[in-house]
Design a protein around this ligand. Sequence first.
Ligand SMILES: [Zn+2]
Length: 116
Amino acid sequence: MTEPPIDRETLAARLDHLEAETRAYLEDSAASEQAVELDQTRQGRLSRMDAMQSQAMNQAARGRARQQLSRIAATRKRLDSADFGICPDCDEPIPAARLRHDPTALRCLDCTAARE
Ligand SMILES: [Zn+2]
């Protein structure tokens, strides 16, 4: 049941795609964050609370997107090292399917679950 290791070109392409997507999201959501602030003077208390709530969610999502960007950058640095794709906790190869799904995955599923 040994899967062939995922090739690095495929992974690098996935990282490019992921990074472009994440940057586009950060640009789009920056605009909507400003829109909420500009609208606030025209809103009643309830809709202002709604706006603040969606702004908080927006900020949390933007924070996750920024973390994603630094994970992508860190993954690019690891990509050329000999132990890329090896789980640092159990020294087993990270399954290719997992890396295809999330190229920034640092550990195998078991070790990730064990840490959560
Ligand atoms: Zn592991």
